[in-house]
Design a protein around this ligand. Structure first.
Ligand SMILES: *Cc1c(COP(=O)(O)O)cnc(C)c1O
Length: 399
């Protein structure tokens, strides 16, 4: 056991199963550990480093804003954050932005906003329809909406009605909405932690129709899928729908903590001074990095390049699945958010992950048997070739 590992065990609560590796430095699409070993990063700090590491425009923004000031509080106007909010609205729906420091806090803001909306509306609507196996965060309000028993079962459940439905079952969704009169539907367009499970476009469109017909709010959790990861700015845009509330975080801060919600026209008037807030967010530094991320994605064409390169990776993986149907059940996802659903046991998949790591490829596992890839949009076709070739080699060895 290394010294860092021993001290980690002694001084940090073990809320995560950590790899026994300390990273010394990260450049582009690669991580380098304290032993000098290099890894291709197909995990990006859990969907955060959308442009890989140390992107020159992100680093430039870090220096420029860092030299001005780091924190001023919400008492003042915050130009980088105003500019960022404006651009997020341009990329999504008419409305207003509330910034938070994390994804869970974005969910908390959405829960309070939906509650205010339902109260103002006065028709007695309450609670949320959410997907089985959804993930919306770990604070008490957010964990209520996270439908993974291992995540919520040991904790108090706030009094918010929650109706859990099977993803992609349109009939059940219709029935639950009509019978229960919830205030909102909340869904990830692709369930991330739930195993890279995409909601079908027809299903998302059904959600939109139900929301209009029954007069409830459609909330999209784009915390993992957003900011260009799936090839569009937000993943709901593939289905051509218009949500009422959008949650974002992870990729937006260029590696710094930043999240928030976009409240559409039905809800943008509801929060008044005192209704909600946070000391830190929006950090001017995070917001400056957010603007740099948008410059690269939208003005330098990185979103489009990422979409094309992701198409290439997805093609390789689909071929791999066809060649090895005994090991791979299927490949799911969009853009740089891909799940390789294996037919292996959790132990075998865990060993595969360890072996990949040893050979210099960092991947994540979701729902025990799905290899979850969250590569940076900057991943090159050559890097995709290297990874898929090596994965094939290991699968053949294991079979
Ligand atoms: C990561 C994630 C969250 C929670 O974000 P935190 O920043 O970890 O609080 C919520 N929803 C989705 C879809 C996520 O992937």
């Amino acid at each position: 056991m290394s010294d860092w590992q021993a001290r980690d065990r002694q001084y940090l609560l073990p809320t995560y199963k950590r790899l026994p590796i300390a990273i010394a430095e990260a450049r582009g699409n690669r991580l380098i550990d304290t032993e000098g070993k290099s890894y291709l990063d197909l995990f990006t700090g859990l969907a955060v480093n959308i442009l890989g590491h140390s992107h020159p425009k992100v680093i430039k923004a870090l220096h420029e804003q860092g030299e001005k000031f780091l924190h001023i509080s919400n008492v003042f106007l915050n130009p980088p954050a105003i500019r960022l909010a404006e651009r997020l609205i341009e990329q999504s729906i008419p409305g207003k932005v509330f910034f938070s420091n994390s994804g869970a806090e974005a969910t908390e803001a959405a829960v309070k906003l939906v509650h205010k909306w339902a109260q103002a509306d006065g028709q007695g609507r309450r609670g949320f329809v959410v997907m089985k196996n959804s993930f919306h965060g770990r604070t008490l309000g957010a964990v209520r909406l996270t439908r993974q028993p291992g995540v919520y079962q040991d904790f108090p459940q706030p009094d918010v009605p929650v109706y859990e439905v099977e993803p992609n079952n349109r009939e059940e969704l219709r029935r639950i909405v009509t019978e229960n009169r919830p205030a909102a539907i909340l869904a990830e367009p692709i369930l991330g932690s739930g195993g890279i499970l995409p909601l079908y476009e027809e299903y998302l469109q059904e959600m939109e129709q139900l929301a209009r017909r029954e007069d409830l709010l459609l909330c999209m959790d784009e915390i993992q899928t957003g900011v260009g990861r799936t090839g569009k700015f937000f993943a709901y845009q593939h289905a051509g729908i218009q949500p009422d509330v959008i949650l974002f975080a992870k990729g937006i801060g260029g590696g710094l903590p930043l999240g928030g919600i976009i409240a559409g026209e039905k809800t943008a008037h509801l929060f008044q001074p005192g209704d909600h807030g946070t000391t830190f967010a929006p950090s001017p530094l995070s917001a400056a990095l957010g603007n740099a991320v948008l410059d690269v994605l939208l003005e330098d064409g990185m979103m489009e390049q990422g979409r094309n390169h992701a198409q290439y990776l997805l093609g390789l993986l689909s071929d791999l699945a066809k060649t090895h149907p005994q090991s791979i059940e299927g490949v799911h996802g969009k853009g740089m958010m891909i799940g390789i659903r294996t037919r292996k046991s959790p132990e075998e998949v865990s060993r595969l992950q360890q072996q990949l790591l040893q050979d210099g490829f960092l991947v994540n596992i979701a729902q025990q048997t799905v290899i979850r890839l969250l590569p940076p949009l900057t991943l090159t076709p050559e890097e995709s070739d290297q990874f898929v070739d090596h994965l094939e080699y290991l699968i053949t060895q294991q079979a």
